[in-house]
Design a protein around this ligand. Structure first.
Ligand code: FAD
Length: 538
């Protein structure tokens, strides 16, 4: 994908301008472009820089929402989980979960069996993956370090792990392949309106050059997640309260310190009985533990874990595997995100608040989409485009949405073995090949082409685990424009490495590729160090 240029968008009139490049905006843009609309997707920071890189990284039905009888939400999410397994197999990895039931837990084992029977059936894939009820000894055989005290039994069931940021990038790339123009580091700072208040476009500020551009739109879609109410306020002129942000934090631990092997755990926090989960990361040798769920009233750009969040999660970790006894010194990293929840009924806490989404038309005709989940973004995207096409009253009949069957870029997993063979012939170390396949799926072949065509590109950059070939690929094809684009959303080093992947060789090479001055290099490093400091504890 290429970042749109000023001449591409200045003064143009698009059918749809989608504001916000998280998973929701990406899904809207992809669906609209696939159905034949002219679309621009603008993102103030980087694609997935908001909540869409700060989730629990699961494509799941949300078993816990059955406790609040949200059968419809869970069934829809399960169907979408199966769509992801078919259309994005490179991003959807089946994850076995152990649901643990202890004395004093609110739901008995027979209810768990009933809930998981629904879970299996609603996914439509119960023949492939069925839950199994387990006795305490069976559980300890599977995960020897789990707490035995008071363990009554549990169940083995299945959900799906993903890389949320890269999933979002894949959806943006799919949109781009369908003709959608995409622009990260481009903030919508105002709306263009007629005298009667009708929204007819956006004012975009390019964060890289500082330039401001007016862009026309027959329809504007506000998909800004936790920032939704800001744009709504610009539209209506009065403060908006359409979204209630709830903060969720995760910490990363080494498997060596926290010996959970193959299964994620589904259990209750010792502090307040909420559902929490330690999950083996898709990156080898690591486990992450989440999540908290607290009201958040600060600025969405400033969200970060607090001391209380970290203590809460360490208590969860030590409760789950009592032999681990982890403390702050064992934390590799952490992250915090904001759930853009549709406000619950008065008196309802966040944990019980619905994860359903809502599409609203504002007084100026802007469509705002809020709520939902990473898992259900594809359906949300299709519904927004349905609503937009009614408002556009377009004479052109739109093609039907094909996103339930069209595969995402990089999803040709059947080619992995032949890519592995080609890599072996080109003397790419095996661990590098596997890391390329994890990051790019079948597009690893394009990285290999760079590796083969230029011997100098095989040079590894410090101890980043990244070659010059790979970095050049990301800059050219994945719209990398900052150190954080690279280390947070493209390589995930921010989540999985204590040093965040901050390596002078990487900074030097990236600076050369992007033409940074010395001052820009320093500013990039300082900003990334600040981010790391807010998320590290030694
Ligand atoms: P965001 O990802 O926040 O995207 C909004 C974007 O809009 C941002 O990138 C922002 O920079 C941009 N923006 C804002 N203002 C402007 C502007 N003026 N101009 C241009 N751009 C702008 N869901 C699951 O399915 N599975 C999970 O495991 C899961 N776990 C979660 C765990 C936590 C802790 C949290 C917080 C959420 C979790 N979710 C999960 C929910 C899911 O992550 C979110 O629903 C989803 O990521 C929201 O995506 P979004 O695109 O609506 O918002």
């Amino acid at each position: 994908m290429k970042r749109a240029s000023h001449s591409d968008i200045r003064g143009a009139v698009f059918d749809l301008v989608v504001v916000g490049g998280g998973i929701t905006g990406a899904a809207v843009a992809r669906d609209a472009a696939a159905r034949g609309l002219e679309v621009l997707l603008v993102e103030k920071d980087d694609f997935a820089a908001g909540t869409s890189s700060r989730s629990s990284k699961l494509i799941h039905g949300g078993l816990r929402y059955l406790e609040t009888y949200q059968f419809h939400l869970v069934a829809e999410a399960l169907r979408e989980r199966e769509v992801s397994l078919r259309t994005a197999p490179h991003r959807a990895h089946i994850m076995p979960f152990l649901y643990l039931v202890y004395e004093g837990d609110p739901y008995p084992l027979r209810m768990l069996n009933f809930a998981l029977t629904f879970y299996d059936a609603a996914s439509g894939a119960w023949r492939k993956r069925r839950h199994r009820m387990l006795k305490p000894d069976d559980i300890v055989r599977l995960e020897p370090e789990v707490r035995r005290d008071g363990l009554l039994g549990g169940a083995l069931f299945f959900d799906v792990a993903t890389d949320d940021a890269r999933l979002t990038l894949d959806v943006v790339e799919a949109a781009s392949q369908q003709g959608c123009l995409v622009m990260n580091h481009a903030e919508v700072v105002d709306l263009l309106r007629t005298q009667s208040g009708q929204v007819v476009g956006v004012v975009v500020e390019d964060q890289l050059s500082g330039a401001r551009l007016n862009v026309g739109a027959k329809q504007v879609v506000n998909a800004t997640g936790p920032w939704t109410d800001r744009l709504r306020q610009i539209e209506s002129g009065v403060p908006a309260a359409g979204v209630r942000p709830a903060k969720g934090v995760h910490i990363t631990l080494r498997q060596a310190d926290f010996p959970l092997t193959d299964h994620a755990l589904f259990l209750r926090s010792p502090t307040d009985g909420r559902v929490v989960w330690p999950i083996p990361a898709t990156e080898p040798g690591l486990v992450y533990v989440g999540t908290t769920d607290t009201d958040y009233t600060g600025a969405p750009d400033d969200v970060a874990p607090t001391t209380e969040d970290i203590d809460y999660l360490l208590a969860v970790a030590n409760h789950a595997l009592p032999g681990a006894q982890v403390d702050r010194s064992h934390i590799v990293g952490s992250w915090a995100g904001l759930r853009p929840l549709v406000p619950p009924r008065p008196g309802t806490n966040n944990d019980k608040a619905s994860r359903e989404h809502r599409i609203d038309e504002g007084p100026g005709g802007m469509l705002s989409i809020s709520g939902g989940k990473l898992t259900t973004a594809r359906v949300m995207g299709a519904q927004v485009v349905d609503a937009a096409s009614r408002l556009l009253r377009t004479r052109r009949s739109l093609r039907p949405s094909d996103t339930a069957t069209a595969r995402l870029p990089g999803s040709d997993v059947a080619s992995y073995d032949s890519i592995r063979s080609l890599c072996r012939v080109a003397e790419v170390p095996d661990h590098l090949t596997e890391s390329w396949l994890r990051r790019y799926g079948s597009r690893a072949e394009q990285v290999l082409q760079r590796w083969e065509s230029d011997p100098a590109a095989r040079e590894m950059l410090g101890d980043s685990g990244m070659s010059r070939a790979e970095l050049a690929y990301m800059v050219e094809h994945e719209a990398v424009h900052s150190l954080q684009d690279l280390l947070v959303r493209r390589t995930s080093a921010f989540f999985w490495r204590a040093d965040g992947g901050l390596d002078p060789a990487v900074v030097a090479e990236l600076g050369d590729l992007l033409g940074w001055s010395e001052a820009q290099r320093e500013a990039e490093v300082t900003a990334y160090r600040r981010l790391l400091t807010a998320h590290r504890y030694d």
